[in-house]
Design a binder for this molecule. Structure first.
Ligand code: ADP
Ligand code: MG
Length: 364
């Protein structure tokens, strides 16, 4: 039986490991944090920084196949892992930099929000001229959960952004008045491609709050999203998982960003699909046939952040047996930190949303 190496020991690695364990694989993870969420269910953790090339070599030596739970992996580390990094590096390097990612999406013929690269505070003036207010300034690298983002709505915001400008690479993007946000997750192996049902995503403070499945969108848009995901996966020769975040603007789909790994908006699949995104990911990288992705029940996935933990504890005894609890084994319940999620199964998404209201966990 194979040994799977996972770069990154957070919740995504943990949920990959849980699926892999069930299937009998052994696991080793590399993460700098002691007793990282993934390490709690893996056989072994190499505790080292993600930049440690020697540690990455050890991970590769101990594994038959290596995957990752996040895209910020350096060229040196990817090279140290070599052919065992089953996904290859092309998509990884493209998706870890917002401008390179957008260029790829456009080259393949898909739409993104109008954008401009920004490297100096002067460039902000050009961005404003090109895009108009409001626009959003995002660091080109290392952003997640809305971190590294500033929305610039007025001349005053612009002046403040220019004064406090920190030199690094950014992308300025036109702020899109979207109707909805949706995402679609696709898995591809050498033999086949499977797409998960489209999820409708509600963000709070730029962090995912709810995923609603089935998404409340017209059927033709849903089909469009599934087609886009299938084509995109083929276009980039995907091996593994690709999550695609989309803005719905009228009858158009605009690509927001890509993630070459399982995604928060796919957590619903653990309890509401025949095969979860994590099992599917392990199947794709270990050479098993991919599973059926059909939805078995309407579902709302609700994230539990640090500030929700106390309310969750109080609500636990009141939860319906159709509400599935997933906690990640993290110690510090910091504001905005993803601590877990609930998968609320119901006969309709309206019922699941009513349950979200009833639980009172997300009232600030
Ligand atoms: P992250 O890597 O933090 O997920 P995103 O680019 O996906 O970064 O931004 C987080 C959220 O911020 C999005 O899901 C969306 O709600 C909002 N957002 C980002 N860019 C735009 C935009 N150009 N127009 C409107 N909303 C945006
Ligand atoms: Mg995002």
């Amino acid at each position: 039986m194979k040994r799977v190496g996972i770069l990154g020991g957070g919740q995504l690695g943990r949920m990959m490991a849980l699926s892999a364990r069930q299937m009998g694989y052994s696991l080793i993870t590399l993460d700098p944090t002691e007793n990282a969420p993934c390490a709690q269910v893996a056989d072994q953790q190499i505790q080292a920084p993600f930049t440690d090339v020697e540690a990455a070599k050890r991970l590769a030596a101990e594994s038959d196949v290596v995957t990752y739970e996040f895209e910020n992996i350096s060229h040196e580390v990817a090279e140290a892992i070599g052919y065992k990094l089953i996904h290859g590096t092309e998509l990884l390097f493209r998706t870890q930099h917002r401008i390179r990612e957008k260029e790829l999406i456009e080259q393949l013929g898909y739409k993104v929000a109008p954008y401009q690269g920004v490297q100096t505070s002067e460039d902000l003036l050009g961005a404003k001229r090109q895009l108009g207010f409001p626009f959003v300034l995002k660091t080109a690298r290392f952003g997640y959960d809305g971190k590294g983002q500033t929305v610039i709505r007025t001349e005053l915001d612009l002046q403040t952004a220019m004064k406090t400008f920190e030199a690094t690479e950014y992308v300025a993007e036109k702020w899109l008045p979207f109707d909805q946000e949706i995402s679609v997750i696709v898995m591809r192996s050498e033999r086949e491609t499977k797409v998960f049902p489209v999820s409708e995503n509600i963000h709070q403070d730029n962090i995912l709050h709810l995923s609603i499945v089935p998404a409340r969108i017209p059927i033709d848009l849903e089909q469009k999203a599934i087609e886009l995901a299938t084509r995109l996966a083929n276009d980039v020769d995907l091996i593994g998982t690709l999550a695609i975040e989309l803005f719905v603007v009228g009858s158009e789909l605009i690509v927001n960003e890509l993630a070459p790994r399982p995604h928060n908006s796919g957590h619903y699949s653990i309890d509401a699909c025949e095969t979860s995104q994590f099992e599917q990911h392990i199947r794709a990288i270990c050479g098993l046939p991919l599973g059926d992705t059909r939805l078995t029940t309407p579902v709302v996935m609700a994230n539990i952040l640090g500030q929700h933990i106390t309310a969750l504890d109080e609500a636990l005894p009141m939860l319906s047996s159709r509400t599935k609890v997933h906690l990640y084994g993290k110690q510090d319940a910091k504001q905005g930190r993803k601590m877990g999620h609930l998968n609320i199964l119901a006969d309709s998404v309206e019922e699941a949303l009513a349950e979200v209201e009833r639980l009172q966990i997300w009232k600030e």
